[in-house]
Design a protein around this ligand. Structure first.
Ligand SMILES: [Ca+2]
Ligand SMILES: [Ca+2]
Length: 419
């Protein structure tokens, strides 16, 4: 019976099929269409994804090419900072206002190749299989019209990366020549957040703060055209706390500009002047270019590794630093914290210190030949102190200050962005 029913069913089906031949053809056509639509869609999607990813690849390639151009320009500008950037901006013909203005010495357009994982730049050969694309860089004077009289020390770099498939990405950066501030005083006191500078305390007859120019060996600098004294102590806020902390018999221990020994009482070399520096920005910058990083702590020997007279260096300490023994260094000592100096020896150049300083060495002289810039946090602890006692002698030296400023000039980015 089952068989019969089965046969009947088949018969019925066959009959049905035979009876509706047109519908079957339609069904087959429909299925085929579906398959090809699906196939085409899959193919289309895969293709789109491929295009999207290769687009992304081309864009990122253009980005890195642009960045490569920017870095090269930065490096180029950095090595030309000695005489400022007017010559770089004038182009190879040396004249402002011509076609080649802002084109650096590596040319208008640089082709980039990749081989064995390294990128090489060659001009005018795009046929290589490892051709990545190129970058175009141009430099512009970053100063406004009013500032365009002297040497250029600010510039805008624009770099466009162009990938093999002609995708483009442009970057712009502003760079500046960083230079240490010219000190108006041997000790410049920078106010903290509450507006007061390190609370001054002076003790004894053995310390000296002197703005008269000296050579690093301590002898007066008689070089013609130099040697004009700067102030002993200055700040950009009222210097009355300094004046009132100086005992009458200590007034002649702050010498330099404005010092007058003939008056009664003696006029010490202390004055309020304009702010010369953003201490915290400068400390941040110096941290970035530091040659020596010193761990916070107490050092009984601080010599040998902190620069020499032919090689001024930046020595940076994050946190409090106590130098208790022999000291010798050239360049810039940066203490992002409190400095205690109870040892003996010499520092030539600048000292930057963000949280007060104490010079306390008794009977063992310490000499600074240069200048120091001293800040304070807004708290009232010892970090807000500037104590001068013992036998510390803080002397001005144009020679060391100039050496540090010349040696430690560098190009620095002020901003960079995608265009
Ligand atoms: Ca230059
Ligand atoms: Ca030119």
């Amino acid at each position: 019976m089952k068989n019969v029913v089965g046969q009947q069913g088949s018969v019925l089906f066959v009959k049905n099929v035979v009876g509706q031949q047109g519908s079957v053809l339609l069904l087959i056509f429909f299925c085929a269409t579906m398959v090809s639509v699906l196939g085409l869609t899959t193919l289309y999607l895969a293709n789109t994804e491929l295009t999207e990813s290769s687009k992304k690849y081309e864009m990122s390639k253009a980005f890195y090419l642009a960045e490569g151009g920017l870095q090269r320009a930065f490096h180029n500008m950095n090595s030309g900072i000695e005489n400022g950037w007017s010559d770089e901006i004038a182009g190879t013909d040396g004249t402002i206002g011509t076609e080649d203005d802002g084109i650096l010495n590596f040319g208008r357009r640089v082709d980039c190749y990749s081989s064995n994982g390294t990128i090489e730049s060659e001009e005018d050969d795009c046929s290589q299989p490892y051709y990545l694309g190129c970058y175009e860089v141009r430099v512009e004077d970053g100063r406004d019209d009013e500032q365009r009289t002297g040497v250029c020390n600010r510039a805008i770099l624009r770099s466009t990366g162009i990938s093999t498939q002609n995708f483009r990405k442009s970057l712009e950066a502003e760079i500046e020549i960083f230079e240490l501030p010219w000190p108006p005083a041997v000790v410049f006191l920078v106010p903290g957040l509450n507006g007061t500078y390190p609370n001054p305390t002076f003790n004894g007859q053995s310390w000296m703060i002197d703005g008269n120019d000296r050579r690093p060996d301590g002898t007066p600098d008689g070089t013609p055209g130099t040697g004009s004294p700067i102030l002993g102590i200055a700040s950009n806020v009222s210097v009355n706390p300094v004046l009132s902390s100086l005992a009458e018999n200590e007034l002649d221990q702050v010498r330099g500009a404005d010092f007058d020994e003939t008056t009664d009482p003696i006029i010490p070399s202390v004055r309020q002047v304009d702010l010369i520096v953003n201490l915290y920005e400068t400390v941040d910058y110096l941290k970035g270019i530091a040659d020596n990083n010193v761990v916070s702590g107490t050092y009984s020997q601080f010599t040998g590794e902190y620069g020499n007279s032919d090689n001024y260096q930046v020595t940076y300490c994050s946190g409090d630093l106590h130098l208790s023994g022999r000291i010798e260094g050239y360049g810039v000592l940066v203490v992002d914290g409190h400095l205690t100096l109870s040892g003996q020896g010499t520092w030539n150049g600048y000292i930057f210190c963000t949280e007060g300083a104490e010079f306390t060495g008794g009977g063992r002289p310490f000499h600074l030949y240069g200048a120091m810039i001293l800040g304070t946090p807004s708290g009232g602890d010892r970090k807000a102190n500037f104590t001068c006692s013992g036998q510390a002698d803080l002397y001005y030296s144009q020679e060391t200050v100039e050496e540090a400023r010349t040696n430690l000039r560098a190009a620095t980015y002020t901003y960079w962005s995608e265009l």
